[in-house]
Write a protein that binds this ligand. Sequence first.
Ligand code: GLP
Length: 244
Amino acid sequence: QIFPDSDLASRAAADEIAALIRSRASEQRCCVLGLATGSTPVRVYQELVRQHQDEGLSLENVITFNLDEYLPMAPDAQQSYVRFMQQNLFNHVDIPAQNIHIPDGTIATEDVPNYCRDYEDRIIRAGGIDLQLLGIGRTGHIGFNEPGSTADSITRMVTLDPVTRADAANDFGGIEKVPSHAITMGVRTILQSRRIRLLAFGDHKASIVQRTIEGEVSTDIPATYLQSHSDVQFLLDPDAAALT
Ligand code: GLP
C-alpha cells in the first residue's frame, strides 16, 4: 500500500494495532505484538501513545517481543533497544513490565544458545505473535537477519553486515564503535507471526523495497522470504515505492 506520506502510513499501522488490541481486550484475551526499532516505526509508537493518552487505548492486555538487540549492549546505553522502546513507547503507556520481552544484550556468549531457545519458548507460551511490525535494512535484513540467513532460522546470535554497521555509525559515533554482533529473532520466528506489517520510508529504501517485492526469493535478501507469508503488507511512502 502506498500512502501519500509516511505520517499517514504510520497512522494506518497504529490504527490496525490499536484495533487488534481493543478486539482482543473485548474478548479478555492478550494481544501479542512483535516490535521493531529504528527510525521507521517511531511515529507508529507516537500514535499509540497519543491514542493511549487521548482515546483511552489501554495496553494492559499487550505482550511484546522485540525483534533484536545489539550484542553486547547495556540496557541503559544510549543506543540500546531497551532504552529506545522505553523512550518511544513503554514509558508512556500502561503495558505491564512483565509483558515486555527484548533480547538481552548483556548475555554471555556461552549462554546465548540457551537464552535464544528460551526466547522462542516464551513467544510460543504467549500464544505466538499476532502482529509483527517490521522495518527493513538496506541489506534486505528484517530484524537483524542479514544476507545468508535461511528461511528456517530461529532466534540466535548473528554477525552484522558492514552496510548495517555503516548505517548505524552515526548513532554510535563511528563505525568502529558499532557492535559486530546482535541477537535477532530468526526468519522462521518472524514468518510464524499471524500478520506482518513492514514499513519503509524514503528514497534510500526504494531499491531494497523493489528487490524485496519483485525479486526472486533468495537468502541474499532475507526480506524476500516475506513473499511466502499469507498475511503480509508493506506500508510505503511514495519515495520508498518509487521503483516498484
Ligand atoms: C536496524 C533494526 C531493524 C530496522 C533497521 C532499519 O537494523 N535492527 O529492525 O528495520 O535498523 O532502520 P531504520 O528504520 O532506521 O531505517
